[in-house]
Design a protein. Sequence first.
Length: 82
Amino acid sequence: MAVVELEAASMVTAVSVMTVMLVAVVLLEITIIAEVILMGLVVAAAVVEELVIAVLVVVQLFVSANLSNKQKYAWATSTQNK
């Protein structure tokens, strides 16, 4: 009878250990998924940053192309004096 109780106790212990390991693996997987999502957000932010820089360059080129030399000089000197 004691052997049966010992086997039952060891089975309960084994199931408890396996449950704890399963919870740890699930938490690790959730952490990995969150890390991948955050890395995707970082990449998206970098892409948006590059797009904003490209738009600013295009705007600067457009404005520069539409200004006369006199206006360019006046604008350059006004920004340097600030």
